[in-house]
Write a protein that binds this ligand. Structure first.
Ligand SMILES: NC(=O)c1ccc[n+]([C@@H]2O[C@H](COP(=O)([O-])OP(=O)(O)OC[C@H]3O[C@@H](n4cnc5c(N)ncnc54)[C@H](O)[C@@H]3O)[C@@H](O)[C@H]2O)c1
Length: 434
């Protein structure tokens, strides 16, 4: 007996806003893989996934993508210019991924949610809690998913750290540091166009802000809660020494436990490290617990390689093949894989589960289950966005000649309250509860 399966019966059509570095590294290999293989899980069956439309500022990258992808992607509409997002939303898309510079996430995500699309946003989701409130309300109203990508939560080392914490092997974190140093080419070339007024903390400390909050924070029954934020930094290389653009940032987040004990985390970031320093991106963490210490160095966990004329630029000296790499598989296939791609794949599984994981009248329950996933739901991104908002406000005050401000969280005057040194001056950055 011959059975025929309609492979197009269930499909998700994706729109991609922003075709920059992160698109090339992670979304593009994902869409190629999904175009080739589709998505399958017993819970929702086979779902075909296609990149249906892309939007960027000039359209040049979309055209380049069309030419270089050949048959690895299906046909897609290339939208550009001031009306790019509008054009993209006029296409029959079910899911919209947003990977524009971080101060442009909100507008694209808001419009996609208003149009009733599931949305996935690159980190940090947005820069202010006021924006997050609006996106969360829209996602509720439109009955769709609104999620954010923090791929470091899918790094096996960070998963094991959290597993130890949840299982009580590592008990009660007291303090820790994280450092992430980017090469100069990020601030000088990659982001030169939108760097004015920006800082490396929002760009990369946010990975660790989320890791700390997700691993030690409110998701745990006796977890700690964000209490205060301090920040300072240096200027003078990317922009003028008295200007609003930061070379490096040192952020401190203080968490408090229900029993009154506190935990403090220092996160150091820079995007002015010399281009030829060994790591390309240098990432290190140390967390100290009541009964242990966790030390991790992201580029010293395995391979060190030298190739004449190729390292450290074309090939990294200490590459992280776990995040994302191209491989010749033992069975002969070429592939590109790693947790940076896995975490996006997982979002498509979540959207497929909502749409196709059972009867239509149970969709709301499936939506509820997927929203309850705190690793990526916008509703669980509040402490991270609060920290970014506080850090940016502190740096802005600093640039305006008032260094040393502190922001406290969920206190009588409001959810985020900034205090400057000197005569009692208070600014409520966010009145509601974080
Ligand atoms: N997960 C990670 O580790 C990681 C790494 C790098 C970047 N990112 C995030 O991804 C996002 C994009 O970073 P990138 O490095 O790819 O940036 P990029 O500068 O390389 O690319 C930005 C893209 O957005 C497009 N764009 C800009 N404004 C737009 C608008 N208004 N409408 C439509 N398109 C617009 C540009 O044309 C370009 O294609 C940022 O939020 C960044 O924080 C994440």
């Amino acid at each position: 007996m011959q059975t025929s399966v309609n492979l197009n019966a269930h499909r998700l059509r994706a729109g991609m806003v922003g075709l920059g570095m992160i698109f090339d590294e992670t979304y593009r290999p994902l869409f190629e893989q999904l175009h080739r293989e589709g998505l399958y899980r017993r819970g929702f069956g086979f779902v075909s996934v296609e990149l249906t439309a892309v939007a960027s500022r000039t359209g040049v990258r979309g055209e380049r993508l069309r030419q270089s992808a050949g048959s690895r992607l299906g046909p897609f509409v290339n939208c550009s210019g001031d009306k790019a997002i509008e054009q993209l939303l006029a296409q029959p898309v079910d899911v919209v991924c947003v990977a524009t510079p971080d101060d442009r996430h909100f507008d694209a995500a808001r419009r996609a949610l208003q149009a009733g699309k599931h949305v996935l946003i690159e980190k940090p989701s947005v820069l202010r809690l006021q924006e997050l409130d609006e996106l969360q309300a829209l996602a509720q109203k439109q009955h769709v998913l609104a999620k954010v990508v923090y791929h470091k939560l899918a790094d096996p080392d960070h998963k094991k750290l959290r597993t130890h914490v949840v299982e009580g092997v590592l008990r009660h974190v007291n303090n820790g540091y994280c450092s992430l140093l980017e090469p100069k080419q990020i601030s000088g070339q990659q982001f030169a166009e939108w760097i004015t007024g920006r800082n490396p903390g929002t760009y990369v400390a946010v990975h660790y802000i989320k890791l700390i909050d997700f691993t030690f924070g409110p998701a745990l029954p006796d977890g700690a809660r964000l209490a205060r934020i301090h920040a300072t930094g240096q200027r003078g290389l990317v922009g003028p020494a008295n200007g609003p653009t930061w070379d490096s940032v040192q952020l401190q987040m203080i968490y408090s436990y229900p029993d009154g004990r506190e935990a403090a985390f220092d996160i150091h970031t820079s995007w002015v490290t010399p281009d030829n320093f060994p790591g390309y991106v240098e990432q290190e963490v140390q967390f100290r617990f009541d009964n242990g210490v966790w030390n991790a160095h992201q580029r010293k966990r395995g391979v060190e390689v030298t190739v004449e004329g190729q390292t450290p630029h074309a090939i990294k000296n200490t590459p992280n093949h776990h995040y994302n790499a191209t491989f010749l598989e033992p069975w002969g296939e070429r592939s590109q894989r790693g947790y940076g791609i896995e975490v996006l794949h997982r979002f498509f599984e979540e959207a497929a589960y909502v749409e196709f994981g059972g009867p239509a009248d149970e969709r709301e329950e499936r939506l509820r289950q997927m929203r309850a996933l705190t690793y990526n739901d916008l509703s669980a991104d509040r402490p991270t966005v609060a920290t970014v908002q506080a850090m940016e406000a502190i740096l802005q005050r600093h640039a305006a000649g008032q260094p040393g401000c502190v922001v406290s969280v969920n206190e009588p005057l409001g959810g985020l309250v900034l205090r400057a040194p000197g005569p009692a001056e208070v600014e409520v950055l966010y009145p509601g509860s974080v």
